[in-house]
Design a protein around this ligand. Structure first.
Ligand code: PEP
Ligand code: MG
Length: 593
């Protein structure tokens, strides 16, 4: 971690508060990504990339047209002159987006000038706008503005994703932005970027999860961030306490430097637990596995002694690209993971895209949903689009030939969904065998995420068709309490200790135990030592978390008496107030172990 030599403003220290979502401290120069900054890169492309660029353009114009269609539908709900005016305007935009003149013109610039899609859009839009501006008729010349607006919309859809990552920043920079998406975070290399802070976002959103797994200190939901900070300002991001300190004083810097040293010492001392089995004081064994958000965490999973991968989120394979990963590519990633785990199980989840987790390559499969968290996401999308599900299942079956692999299905709500996937899995297996391909034998166990309240309440029914359960407490809390996990305005209400959430966890665990199928918890609470005693007390014996959290959770398990934890959990389950529940849990954590 390095401090900036480029600090431009030597103004007085300012402390901004937000939600600390990934612990740790980053000290470095600010790199501000301007709001509204489209980061349009213009470059020439080789002949071989023309098709790909045109496909990106098609996806972007289709998305832009869908957005305008939605706006048109919304405009119908308003009345008066403004509505009429808006209706005409949107109709004009929609016609432009569907016009062969505009799209054809952009395509020609990609084909003949070999420009990338963004640059072709800019050139074509500017040419058409100039034609309009040259017209004598005031009304028509004014249409140039509309043309630019449409072009801007297409560019926004094209640059949904920062394909160029965060390379080229001063080493150790801290990224400051209005919003940082999970796909943006996936592009941050912790050797280059030392942390980030943004105005929007909640603690359990995927941006936050990704930051924790990369070990990047992060603070989200910081109002006043953009007006206060300029690129080059020296910053401290305190992800443990939710603080962003601009132009810190020398005293403050020295204090944080000491904290960094203490944290490094603690991390070193925890590495000694790597080969110690996770057992409670009274001998109850607990299996600790790692979640895998990005392949680069694999090494960390081994270093921290993970006993397997409890949740491999496959979304990273779909991010920051404009095409879909094929069977072969997915097989290679999965086979590498299975081999690296050397006989320890790898639980691979089918695509969980939708809601806040949008990958640009899937643009064409999404209608713009007014309520994406309840829309066509996760297993619903996979079952609707065999071209998404089949290559995934085939890759999993093939990778399962190299070691134990389990298949996990996200957002399940009914037995029918599990049966449909099982049928597809068997069909895919038969097809591969016919082709002479080696696959897992027997077929991998098929498990379900319990992350929708309806699934938890029907856990006994789902246990009849599922081979195992993984409780996703992030979504389970979100859907139970109707709190968007990625929304900073309601982040303070997101509470896994709400009695409703705990009852659903308890119900699920009991259903799994009765059906004698394995059950794990893989939501973020699994990696927070505060919750460990409660989960063990409720009968959970498998926890899966970001690899970095394993040593601290293991250390907590070593200090717990399982019977005492069970008694405290029962006492907690009798409570109706989440404040009282939190107090009983914190008291147990402080005193009874
Ligand atoms: C969860 O919802 O708790 C979970 C583990 O899945 P994800 O965070 O990927 O939605
Ligand atoms: Mg989930």
């Amino acid at each position: 971690m390095k401090t900036s030599s480029r600090t431009k403003r030597r103004g007085s220290e300012q402390v901004l508060e937000g939600l600390g979502v990934a612990p740790g401290v980053a000290i470095g120069p600010a790199h501000v990504r301007e709001a509204g900054d489209l980061q349009v890169a213009e470059y020439l492309i080789p002949a071989g990339r023309v098709k790909e660029e045109k496909a990106r353009l098609t996806a972007a114009t289709a998305k832009a047209a869908r957005q305008v269609g939605k706006l048109k539908a919304k405009a119908l709900g308003i009345h008066g002159l403004a509505a009429e005016e808006l209706g005409y305007l949107l109709e004009a935009h929609s016609q432009m987006l569907n016009s062969t003149r505009l799209v054809g013109g952009i395509e020609r610039r990609i084909e003949t000038d070999r420009r990338n899609a963004e640059s072709a859009v800019m050139a074509e839009i500017s040419a058409i706008a100039q034609e309009f501006e040259a017209m004598e008729d005031k009304y028509l010349s004014g249409r140039a503005e509309d043309v630019r607006e449409v072009g801007h919309r297409i560019l926004r859809c094209l640059t949904d994703v920062d394909y160029h990552g965060f390379g080229g920043l001063e080493k150790g920079s801290i990224v400051i932005s209005e919003e940082i998406s999970p796909a943006d975070t996936a592009l941050m290399d912790p050797r280059e970027v030392s942390g980030f802070a943004c105005v929007l976002g909640g603690a359990e959103g995927h941006t936050a999860i990704m930051a924790r797994s990369l070990g990047l200190p992060a603070v989200v939901g910081v109002p006043g961030l953009l007006p206060t900070i300029r690129s080059g300002d020296q910053l401290i991001v305190d992800g443990s306490n939710g603080l962003v300190i601009v132009n810190p004083t020398a005293g403050r810097l020295a204090g944080y430097a000491r904290r960094l040293k203490d944290m490094a010492r603690e991390a070193r001392s925890l590495t000694r637990l790597r080969n110690v089995p996770a057992k409670t004081r009274d001998g109850q064994r607990v299996v600790l596995q790692s979640n895998l958000e990005l392949p680069r965490e694999l090494e960390q999973a081994s270093d921290t002694g993970a006993e397997g991968i409890g949740l491999l989120r496959t979304e990273f394979m779909y991010m920051n690209r404009s095409d879909l990963p094929g069977e072969e590519e997915q097989y290679e990633v999965l086979a590498k993971t299975v081999k690296a785990m050397q006989g320890r199980p790898v639980t691979v989840r089918t695509l969980d895209i939708g809601g806040e987790k949008l990958a640009s390559s899937l643009g064409e499969h999404f209608g713009e949903s007014a309520n994406p968290a309840l829309g066509l996401r996760a297993i619903r999308l996979s079952l609707k689009e065999p071209k998404l599900l089949r290559p995934q299942l085939a890759a999993m079956l093939r990778a399962g030939a190299h070691g134990p692999l389990r298949i996990l299905l996200p957002m399940i709500t009914t037995q029918g969904e599990v049966r449909a996937v099982r049928k597809e899995l068997e069909k895919t297996a038969r097809r591969l065998i016919r082709r002479g391909v080696t696959i897992a034998d027997p077929l991998p166990p098929l498990g379900v995420m319990i992350e929708v309240p309806g699934a938890a309440l029907a856990a006994d029914s789902l246990a009849q068709t599922a081979d195992f359960f993984a409780i996703g407490t992030n979504d389970l809390t979100m859907y139970t309490l109707a709190i968007d996990r990625g929304e900073e305005q309601v982040a303070h209400l997101f509470n896994p200790l709400h009695p409703a959430v705990l009852r659903l966890i308890q119900f699920t665990v009991e259903a799994a135990l009765r059906a004698r199928i394995p059950v794990s918890v893989c939501g973020e609470i699994a990696g927070d030592p505060r919750y460990t005693a409660l989960l063990i007390g409720l009968g959970v014996r498998e926890l899966s978390m970001t690899a970095k959290a394993i040593p601290r959770v293991k250390s907590r398990i070593l200090s717990i008496d399982m019977h005492a934890a069970g008694r405290r959990a029962m006492m907690i389950m009798e409570q109706v107030d989440s404040g009282r529940i939190a107090a009983l849990l914190d008291d147990f954590n402080e005193t009874a172990s």
